[in-house]
Design a protein around this ligand. Sequence first.
Ligand code: SF4
Length: 329
Amino acid sequence: MTTDTGSEIVLSTRALTKHFHVGGGFAGRPSRVVRAVDGVTLEIRARETFALVGESGCGKTTLGRVMLRLQEPTSGEIVYDGTELTGLGEGEMRALRKKMQIVFQDPYASLNPRMRIEQILAEPLRSHGYGTPAEIRERCAELLELVGLRTQYLRNYPHQFSGGQRQRIGIARALANKPDFVVCDESVSALDVSIQAQVLNLLADLQDQLKLTYFFITHDLAVVRQFADRVGVMFLGRLVEVGTTEEIFARPLHPYTMLLMAAVPRPDPRARGGERPMMQGEIPSPMALPPGCRFHTRCPFARDICRVEDPALQNHAGHTVACHFPLEN
Ligand code: SF4
């Protein structure tokens, strides 16, 4: 599949949802539904870095996991490399998982402290029938070198490494079976700023070298600006705006995007009509979503229609935006 601009699509979702039922069962009380992902349609292009941003609790991590079917979707479609994933059995999914990997946030928690690095790296290789023990050992050494660590560390345990080194090992493990699509879930958030820059440089080099596509989940807009090609902005389980990084930062069209971006220092800050409006109120509960536009309780530009009619994602001035009154910049 290709886009209008001729780029190849690696992964797409259509009306993807993930709802959780919470509570209920006590004294006949009904359970309540958390709409963590609520109708997400998007396309990820080959070899791009697509950043997904939004406040904590907006459904970013759930979306990343559901896209890989690490959590089962409630409804909707996920198409990876031309194959619809939601109907696949565990065996077929296992074969595809080689190509779709995840790098987790916490380099301390994501590596088994009782395993040597060689065992950690060999595990995904063995489980996908990579080759003979000698070939697996060779691949483990190759993987450590790929992420800039010396092969002598293969005998070490995770506690013998710094946070940045552990995240390099996490990346090496994700790349063991030569994936082409990698979800990076807040993968540099737990690192110091200088180490963060080194790991981002490594990810960029690996993307060039191995032709990787990244789905980069983060709340850090400075990282997005430096690292991403395109950005999707998520609010309460929905995408509210998608565009190139340059466009999103220079000319946000959705009020929520503008208010998020306003928090990032810029050399040429633009404000709508001089003074920047402020985000109002608290984020609504995903169990009690407001009617109409789900951002209307916080939006400084809300009008009557916003309280009753849910805006659809539509193309507007080169972005995709879900707002009845996209901003003029
Ligand atoms: Fe604000 Fe209305 Fe746009 Fe929602 S639809 S973001 S409430 S202006």
